[in-house]
Design a protein around this ligand. Sequence first.
Ligand SMILES: Nc1ncnc2c1ncn2[C@@H]1O[C@H](COP(=O)(O)OP(=O)(O)OP(=O)(O)O)[C@@H](O)[C@H]1O
Length: 295
Amino acid sequence: MKLTINNLTKTYKNGVKAIDNLNIEIGTGMFGLLGPNGAGKSSLMRTIATLQSPDSGSIFFNDINVLEDKMALRKVLGYLPQSFGVYPKMSAEKLLDYFATLKGVKSKEDRKKLIDEVLEITNLYEVRKKSVSGYSGGMKQRFGIAQLLLNNPKLIIVDEPTAGLDPAERHRFLNILREVGTNCTVIFSTHIVEDVKELCNEMAILNGGRILKHTTPMDATNELEGQIWTKTIERSELDGIEANYNLLSSNYNQDNSLNVRVYSAEQPSDDFITTDPQLDDVYFIALKEDQIETV
Ligand SMILES: Nc1ncnc2c1ncn2[C@@H]1O[C@H](COP(=O)(O)OP(=O)(O)OP(=O)(O)O)[C@@H](O)[C@H]1O
């Protein structure tokens, strides 16, 4: 399985360049697309999902020319948008039956088998008779996965699916995605670094419509070994640290002191100690370096 994107560019009518000459290759497995608000994640995903056209560039999924043959891609695509809109007052079972009919599953028996299967996978079987409009946020997201599984997709695109979920629901959702993502390409967008760490074997950091880094979570953190330094400071010292060092993040402790994390090839000063690099560090470094370059 291979998704290949070359020189993709999209500028909206208001002049915002949401995708800027983007090139990437994505293989089988869970791929995390990490980026801040407005980075272009949804624009990229909608373009891959054939819901909007780019200005230029090409997208291939295996041998399907996505921009030329939208229908061929749609047959193998499962897409969960950022917001699904309002669900009708219909049970999950009935709504899935409606979607399966739309997707061309003609036999009632086949539909029943398929629907039971996707309800089991998404842990919704017990609540299949309940109205989807009354589901919690997490259940709705799992229902979104159930509906996209109906056509046995080879390419699954999920746009910020964990936004707004409580920790238990988020966990349940990620576990389901992990299960369905073993034999296909799953592109998963998020601004939560932890999601990528937990779920993805490959990742890219996106900002300003460009790929800043394409890596694996493990390689990315290994690369920073020995270059992340920490110390505990008082709140009043923070401005000085920010002015003198490459500050990545600061977190409050219970006693209102702060733990700061600094990026430096050498020990910044005697009172800093090295610490294990985290994926957050990778993300902050990529965004900082991009900021410096674009200034
Ligand atoms: N239909 C549109 N018309 C004009 N500008 C748009 C449109 N959709 C998105 N944009 C702009 O394009 C840029 C990229 O937006 P996009 O929604 O793709 O980013 P994102 O990474 O998904 O952000 P978020 O995490 O906030 O959803 C932003 O500046 C956004 O305001």
